[in-house]
Design a protein around this ligand. Structure first.
Ligand code: 3HC
Length: 307
C-alpha cells in the first residue's frame, strides 16, 4: 500500500537545491529564476570565463527587474539583487557539482553525444533521489536518458528565451518518467511562478513543433519573392498580435539554432522526416554559412550593428 501511495498522482518530492549545467543565455536564465524562487543554485560550466558571462547575464536581468520594482529606492534595489545573488554558487567541477542536487537541469550544447556523456557522469556522482532534466529544444528526451540508469527520474524541462520574462515551461515525460518525478517538476515550475504544460516526447514538443515550421514558412514567402522581410514581420505583429515578427524572432533565437533544428528533424524527426515544412532553405543556409546568425553575431535577417 505504501508503494502505491508513493507513486500516486499529485505526490511530489521537494526541490530546494538545483544544479544547472551551462551558463549561456538559457542556463543563466534558469539559474536566475530558480534563485529568485529561493532555491540554492549551482551554475556549472567548463571555464571561469563562461561562468563570468553567465553571471553578467543574470546581473543585467536582475538589475532590470530591480529598477522597475524599486524605482526610487536604490538601496532596496541593491538588496533585492544581493539576496538573489547569494543563492547562486558557481562551479567548474563537472558532475561533482551535483552531489547535493535535488534537481539537475542541463542546458549545454545541442549535441546528443555530449549530453549523454554528461548525464552518464552525473548518474555516478549525483544522489539517488536527484531528478535529471534536459532543456533540449530538438533532441528526444528518451535518447538522452538512455545514458543513465534512472530513466524513471529523467524528464524534459524546456524554458523559453528570455527565461525571466517568458511564463511558459514545457514539462516533457517519456514512457519511463515516473508520476512523482513528473508531478515534482510541474510543482517546481509553479514555484518559479511559471505556467507548466505537459508534453509527450515528440519533436519540438508543443511550441517549437508549431513555431519552427511557421518561421520556415515565413522564410519561404521571402525566398519566393512574395513579400519583403519587413512586411512579413509587420503583418504578423499587426495582423496576428505577435510581439515579434518571424524574422525578428528567428534572429532572436539564432539562425544556427533554427537551422540545426530543421536539419535534425528533416533527417530523422518522428513524423517530420523528409517533410517540406522543415526542408532546408537556401536563404537560411547562406546566412548561417556567412556567419550571420542573428542578434548574437550582429547580423541575421536584419543588421543590428547599425542600430
Ligand atoms: N530579464 C528580465 N526582464 C526582461 C528581460 C530579461 N532578460 N527581457 C525582457 N524583460 C522584460 C522587460 O523588463 C519588460 O518588462 P515590463 O513589461 O514589466 O516593463 C518586458 O520584458 C518587455 O520588454 P521590453 O519592453 O524591453 O521589450 P518588448 O516589449 O519588445 O518585449 C520580449 C521583449 C519579451 C522579448 C518580447 O518581444 C517577446 O515576448 N518576444 C517573443 C519571444 C519569444 O517568442 N520567445 C520564445 C522563443 S522560442 C524559444 O526560446 C525556444 C527555443 O527552444 C528555440
Amino acid at each position: 500500500a505504501a508503494a502505491t501511495l508513493a507513486t500516486a498522482a499529485g505526490d511530489v518530492q521537494p526541490i530546494k537545491n538545483v544544479t544547472v549545467f551551462g551558463s549561456g543565455l538559457m542556463g543563466a536564465g534558469i539559474v536566475q529564476v530558480s534563485a529568485q524562487a529561493g532555491c540554492q543554485v549551482t551554475m556549472v560550466d567548463v571555464t571561469p570565463e563562461a561562468l563570468a558571462k553567465g553571471e553578467k547575464i543574470i546581473l543585467s536581468s536582475l538589475k532590470r527587474t530591480a529598477k522597475k520594482k524599486y524605482a526610487e529606492d536604490a538601496a532596496g534595489a541593491q538588496s533585492f539583487v544581493d539576496q538573489i545573488m547569494a543563492n547562486i554558487h558557481q562551479s567548474t567541477e563537472g558532475a561533482q557539482a551535483a552531489t547535493k542536487a535535488d534537481l539537475v537541469v542541463e542546458a549545454i550544447v545541442e549535441n546528443l553525444t555530449v549530453k549523454q556523456k554528461l548525464f552518464a557522469a552525473l548518474d555516478e556522482a549525483a544522489p539517488k533521489h536527484t531528478i535529471f532534466a534536459s532543456n533540449t529544444s530538438s533532441l528526444k528526451i528518451a535518447d538522452i536518458a538512455e545514458a543513465t540508469q534512472r530513466r524513471d527520474r529523467f524528464a524534459g524541462l524546456h524554458f523559453f528565451n528570455p527565461v525571466p520574462q517568458m511564463k511558459l515551461v514545457e514539462v516533457i515525460r517519456t514512457r519511463d518518467t515516473s508520476d512523482v518525478v513528473f508531478n515534482s517538476l510541474l510543482q517546481f515550475c509553479r514555484d518559479l511562478k511559471k505556467a507548466p504544460v505537459s508534453c509527450k516526447d515528440t519533436p519540438g514538443f508543443i511550441v517549437n513543433r508549431l513555431l519552427v515550421p511557421y518561421l520556415m514558412e515565413a522564410v519561404r514567402i521571402v525566398e519566393r519573392g512574395e513579400a519583403s522581410i519587413a512586411d512579413v514581420d509587420t503583418a504578423m505583429k499587426l495582423g496576428a498580435g505577435y510581439p515579434m515578427g518571424p524574422f525578428e524572432l528567428a534572429d532572436f533565437v539564432g539562425l544556427d539554432t533554427v537551422k540545426f533544428i530543421i536539419d535534425g528533424w528533416y533527417t530523422n524527426g518522428d513524423g517530420l522526416k523528409g517533410k517540406e515544412l522543415v526542408a532546408p532553405s537556401k536563404l537560411l543556409n547562406d546566412l548561417v554559412t556567412a556567419g550571420k546568425l542573428g542578434r548574437k553575431s550582429g547580423e541575421g535577417f536584419y543588421n543590428y550593428a547599425q542600430k
